[in-house]
Design a binder for this molecule. Sequence first.
Ligand code: 1HE
Length: 270
Amino acid sequence: MPNAFAPVTGALSALDLLTLSQDSAVWHVRLNRPAKRNAISDALIAQLHQVFVELPADVKAVVLSGEGQHFCAGLDLSELVERDIGSAVLHSRMWHAAFDAIQFGRVPVVAVLHGAVVGGGLELAAACHIRVAEPSTYFGLPEGQRGIFVGGGGSARIPRLMGVSRMTDLMLTGRVYDVDEGHAAGLLQYKVGEGEGLARGIALARRIAGNAPMSNFAVMHALPRIAEQPQAEGLFTEALMAAVAESTPEAQDRLRAFLDGRAGKVVKSS
Ligand code: 1HE
């Protein structure tokens, strides 16, 4: 449960915009800029990048949440005004690198959402593998109103969750989805009660951490690529990935455990 988490020690504990804690193989990474609604400044994006690139080898899953009343208010708009075109391109690429380090990093990431999940906050959530949301959650893409465009990978990731037409609606009209609309649109996999998000996120992360590492790797790295490939190439990639996963000692042990009656059966979720 959440109170088993202890502060992370070592170099990453020096990061001031993130609170990091650990319970065995699960890390909890919390955005810690509540006074600014966890708006993502250059320093915060750099710290996110660093954490996900430098996750220690014993970490098997991560829970990502936001301190305060909101998950994340998106780009820190106070830093945007000063930027020229060249640095704006590099700024966007910095976000891409950070969010790629989440989506295509070493371990699955479970986002726990509440309050505002807007602009770059939605881009960040979309880079995670599982999204759990409390009833206070709302989703918006106010870039249109701010005179800008998504720059944190949103145009690549969000349509893959909700479709181009819904994203177009959010961006052109400023429409805001509540948690149920977000759920129906595919933005989250789990809706939970108010205040229950972290416990559910941690429980899911623990289950994920118990999977064979190669299975998690295949889901994170092969599945989204296969989904983008023409069927013939996708099936070939699948066959290669399946052969790699099946040939690991861990897979062989798990298959044998099932056949010997030592492994759990598939049961319906409660
Ligand atoms: C901020 C930001 C921010 C809050 N950048 N400072 N994102 C947006 O357009 C969303 C802008 N924010 C909001 O609409 C609201 O702040 C919220 C709905 C998220 C929260 O409202 P509330 O009433 O809880 O907080 P607040 O009073 O509006 O904000 C508290 C403080 O946080 C205040 O600063 P203070 O010094 O006056 O106390 C706000 O200025 C500050 N704050 N959000 C900077 N975003 C890679 S491209 C991505 C493109 C985008 O993300 S565009 C969308 C940007």
